[in-house]
Design a protein around this ligand. Sequence first.
Ligand code: TXA
Ligand code: MG
Length: 348
Amino acid sequence: MITEIRKIDQNQIDWEAMSWAGEIIRQGGLVAFPTETVYGLGADARNASAAKKIYEAKGRPSDNPLIVHIAEYQSLSEVAKEVTREARLLAETFWPGPLTLIVKKNDTVPYETTGGLDTVAVRMPDHPIALELIRQGGGFIAAPSANTSGKPSPTRAEHVASDLNGKIPLILDGGPVGVGIESTIVDLTGACPMILRPGYITREMLSEVIGDVKADPALAAGSVGKPRAPGMKYRHYAPKAELVLVDGESERVVDKINELADAAIAEGLKVGIIGTDETILRYCRGEVVSIGTRREEDGIAQNLYGVLRELDDRKVDKIYSECFSDLRIGQAVMNRLLKAAAFRVIQV
Ligand code: TXA
Ligand code: MG
């Protein structure tokens, strides 16, 4: 299959391209598209065989459910068994935006979309191209991140192309995304709302709207519990190289990373280092990349996956990275980094 990549200016949408994209979706095909978080790989959420194609293209395990993307508030009630007070409040406050709600599903949503579950994940993305594709495609688009399963999520159309070229007919290229890490997922089907995946919308922000919100205990560093979002159990977000995180006071972290890099280089390994604008000049050896400045933490989330992919492209064997737990968005960033590093952290 030939994959066409169409550049779309989000301020001046190409209607001809969007109606073609919508047609592909309505006929049961796949289209990759930008959202504000990461690029998604879309199919008609109410068409079981279309949803199945997503699993094939990504090489994704079929028990890992998909998020249904909608463009109108009322669409939530068309896939949910009931819209609870909490669901309505969170949707009104954070949609369109990087928040996914898990609710009980009704019969219109096939089990192929929900990985066999009786619940469904729903989100309204905050991106004009995504919203237009959803409208043109019939109102309900199932979309995981548009990467090959296990690779870092795509934050640019080039990342999608490098993973899915030849496997899907169309990639809508809307340029680099804004947030850079996937949406926060909140499960509203239990006794207390629970965060299954941290993201840009934090627990504090959710609590301000609906009161008590818990975090899935399996998310805690070092936990051996089974995560409630099936996708969170897979080794994920991972670069090809072995990633090791170094945590502690900044000066000591820099010294330790230099020491580790020296040792690895002496063993003949090619080493990558993830630093920040504040520390970058202090690393003299290896392939050094900055993830941004600690003074603009949104930029760090935005660059995370791109930096991991860049070091993969440079074919390094080992990556040493600084940690970011002190940032507001740090919990979400560290959740991704820790998984990419298979929880290898050195404290200094
Ligand atoms: O920001 C995002 O959410 C992006 C963009 C494209 O919207 N999408 C995304 O999808 O990250 P994906 O498939 O890569 O991650 C979806 C996560 C998986 O961990 C999956 O297991 C979980 O959501 N999930 C989906 N439906 C669920 C359900 N009914 N119950 C529990 N977890 C669910
Ligand atoms: Mg994903």
